[in-house]
Design a protein around this ligand. Sequence first.
Ligand SMILES: *[C@@H]1O[C@H](CO)[C@@H](O)[C@H](O)[C@H]1NC(C)=O
Ligand SMILES: *[C@@H]1O[C@H](CO)[C@@H](O)[C@H](O)[C@H]1NC(C)=O
Ligand SMILES: [Zn+2]
Length: 441
Amino acid sequence: MSLTTVAGDLIFLLLLFSSGAVGIGFSLEDEKAQIDRFQQYLRIQTAHPNPDYAGAVSFLSSQARSIGLKILTLEFTPGKPLLLLSWAGTDPSLPSILLNSHLDSVPADSSHWIHPPFSAYRDSDGRIFARGAQDDKSIAIQYLEALRNLKGRGFSPLRSIHVSLVPDEEIGGADGNEKFVASQEFRMLNVGFVLDEGQASPTDEFRVFYADRLPWSLIVNAVGAPGHGSKMYDGSAAENLMECVEAIVRFRDSQFDLVKAGIRAGSEVISVNPVYLKAGTPTPTGFVMNVQPSEAEAGFDVRLPPTESIDVLRKRINEEWAPISRNMTYQLTQKGPSRDVTGRPLVTPTNASNPWWSVFKQAISASGGKLGKPEILSSTTDARFMRQMGIPTLGFSPMANTPVLLHDHNEFLKDTVFLNGIKVYENLISALSSFHSDVGV
Ligand SMILES: *[C@@H]1O[C@H](CO)[C@@H](O)[C@H](O)[C@H]1NC(C)=O
Ligand SMILES: *[C@@H]1O[C@H](CO)[C@@H](O)[C@H](O)[C@H]1NC(C)=O
Ligand SMILES: [Zn+2]
């Protein structure tokens, strides 16, 4: 053992004593082992474009084996395994609880990191640096550690508990969760409620997400009379397209102003952001500079809160953004449905109509945590596939007092936050899996 590791161990012990003092309630050896297993998982190279799925599945399977969970590996697409872990309830006829986490991570450019992104380096403040530390390898280990502790205490769930560890979330989930929820294996689980990933919270309140915004693509094509570059005239393709862009910019400002004024959250407005512009007459080295083209095109990324009506937006596009009277046509394409299999909006109610919500809320309070106002997520996650099946699904990662660093450089999670999250899941999992309702959920 070198001097530096001795010093490292001393700092480590001091940290454990200080974290023990805030009442997390694990023994020092337990804490060390839990953090150690988190670091081991973080060190597996799960970043796209070549995530080590085999390595991740092998590590997580060995953990599941040591806990005593039933292990099933599914492969809906070759080379993209999905690990399903189960703990049977005493009444397997009741709908089960599913805890979901994705195996993959976004890439990390190590030149921007203060510690290598797959080192899982823990600094003297207890910050564990790694790609995936927040998004979302933390929750996978927290689920497993919570189950390990519940088993160790002799807990016996009424409802079956499943953990799904799925590939490809970061690239859309088409070969991952989308195929999983459509499978016979998924149907057999009879899932009643799902917890999936959420996001870090810079305040002391946990964040919880009950819907994702719905992604759409808008492509506007404008035509018009071509003409000499020197000529001023109405109705050129580029001029028509500019009309569209200006109308969209005005709308975008009106939505963004609501966010800036604090009236709405960024995820509660419609965002329309330009992603490409295409026009001009190309030459081998650039563009012809004295011809006004007869066609022009622009593409926009549109995100709609599930509470907004797409028909209202379509009307706005027809009348204001791309009117046919200005020689414009458009395609508005949805990347996924906006209603679940029963025809309801893709929203998990966070009120009395959803009995799981009160169980969830009470379990958070019981673990000493505070919960912020339920939010819509700006982007999309795998949760949308479960909501599409009509299954209530909340996005939740217990990371309070933590900067939001998903997909960012120097992503980290503090050891104490990680350890506290295990306790939160112990409360959540025991409450949810013990929930006995008379209303058929
Ligand atoms: C529409 O396009 C045609 C030719 O493509 C052009 O002659 C006409 O002026 C354009 N009208 C408007 C309103 O842009
Ligand atoms: C609960 O929330 C849902 C979805 O947001 C809403 O449609 C429903 O009317 C609410 N029900 C009650 C009882 O407040
Ligand atoms: Zn994620």
